[in-house]
Design a protein around this ligand. Sequence first.
Ligand code: ZN
Length: 693
Amino acid sequence: MAKDRNVLAKAVIMGCMMAVTATAPLSAQTLSAQDPLHAWTAGADPASLESWVNARLAAAQAEIDKVTAVSGAHTVENTVRPYDEALNQLSIAGNESYLMYSVGDAAPLRDKGQALVAKISSISTDLNLNQKVYKALAAVPLTGVDAATKHYVERTLLEYRLAGVDKDDATRKKLRELQDRITQQSLVFGRNVADGKKEITATKAELDGLPDDYIARHKPNADGTYTLTTDSPDMTPVSNFAKSADLRKRMFIAYNTRAYPKNTEVLRNILEARQELATILGYKTWADLATADQMMGSATKLRSFLDEVSQASRPIADKEYADLFAFAQSQEPGLKSISAADGRFWAEQYRRARYDFDAQSARPYFPYTQVQEGILATASKLFHVEFKTVTDAKPWDASVSVYDVYDAAGSDHHKLGRIYLDMHPREGKDKWFSAAPVVPGIKGKQLPEGALICNFSGGTAGDPGLMEYGEVVTFFHEFGHLMHHILGGQGQWSNAGGFNVEGDFVEAPSQMLEEMFRDYDILAAFGKDYKTGAVIPRTLVDKMNAADAFGRGRWVQAQLLYSTYSFQVHNQPPASIDFDKLWREDYEHFSPLTFLDGDHFYTSFTHLTGYSSNYYTYMLDKVIAVDFFAQFDKTNLLGGPAAMRYRKTVLEPGATKPAAQLVHDFLGRPESLDALKTWMNEQFETKGMKAAK
Ligand SMILES: [Zn+2]
């Protein structure tokens, strides 16, 4: 479910750092000399951050100079080592600039963080086009070196070639221009969506079905009508709950035309630049280029993958839809079809009738503090680690809790790294839920550090911070990224950790963890009523699971719809694509709902800029995640041998092996669709479902 934005196109993964509450009295110069790993100790003002970052950038340049100054034979020690140290410095600088941007306590600091992220990104692009560095790395003999180093260097060289480093000066200049154009047009695409908010007018009667607090939040206009916007808090409840089909349709069309027609041309500009770039680099289409360094490997493989998943899910999706449509007809005799604007409404009605589950009813069992303790305890058992509160740490905000992670598997209990949990909203803080690396790990030199930047309720006196079940799952998902970073950050190279795996694999470990949280014993260990201490009832968890399992076949088909459209627009000459015609064809192929004229969804499909043709990542990682999960003993998820084997074969290697190898090492074979089929069919088991009427 990639609720987070760990889209992680390689270099973009930099995440991290923060906002300082106290102004440091010492000069940045002095402090950065003292603590080159933590930007926030240098001071909470923009100038201190910039000076600290500049010290990192200077250190990186010094290492690059060492690489290019080698006069004799290139070796791992005189070339790869300084190159990796340069990346280490750039990562720390990028991670922590990003952190300041995300959690900085004042706008000028956040703005400085953002500007520094852009600057570091530009320096990274230059490094990727630096022929001297490329030639130096390519000259390092790899016979006889360890497998992790060999893979690290080979993958680095591949990335250099994909950036176009071996092209002549004029061509590299052209590549740079194309990249800049893609970046600039992608920003325009996103801004058009953000700025394209629309309003619709609803009568009082049309609000029927919407929650009371929704209606109370909206004040009527002078004529008694209501103005609703296309922002999610207004739009989503209308789609899910409004009884008026006409209101749902007006909202649907408004929402899907926020950036229409503006973004049609912007999208074509982006696609043309991408196609030109791919052609220069020797690839037939952008989809070929974008999959070349991924687990998927090629556009041809991607096409087969989408076909196979479609065949596996189609019969299940059809059965779900037949049930849904029969239900809708029983409620509304004479109903001929369910339109694109009505799908969510009928699914919600069906869910209510079929499953006696109200998302609010689980919240008393999940107060924030209890959940955090429960997640740490679960992770301790699963990953064989121990978390110890760091009492003398000075995080960027007093509300951030800091833990050191120790290995509980061996006898020496050595320290593995440090985590920062910044879990509640603050003024100016990023509004999202994400995990971010802070410091990369280098064996024998530097322990990995990572942070969670979240916005859960709680954290203030008197507020128990009751969480919805879905939020508890999100917490564990993000925590999984953090553990991947810590456990995968014990190797010798800074940029071969958990966050550095192929972009289309990075979500699989965290998606696997989501499956764990359907287990009653795991939830019951910490799910206790915040007032009475009563353990969450098994029947409630059964109902939650049953409601959650409903509609998985159609979910998969929807993922295939987005994946296919993303793939197709990046796999043919952009000039001749009729975006609307293609969208309609794909929609009608993958969705049983009736297409609505005026639906220009693709103009606000921002994943087309971020993921480009690789939206399939969600689907591939779900396939792998449920296959991984199927290897665990369902009666003893945390205590069985699979957990340690998973840590050893999937998480600890980080990016020192191709992801396909990690998958094979754990499963003993490549991933298959069998577990996905089982996962989709869970909804047809009766546990937790109301008796059929
Ligand atoms: Zn994620």
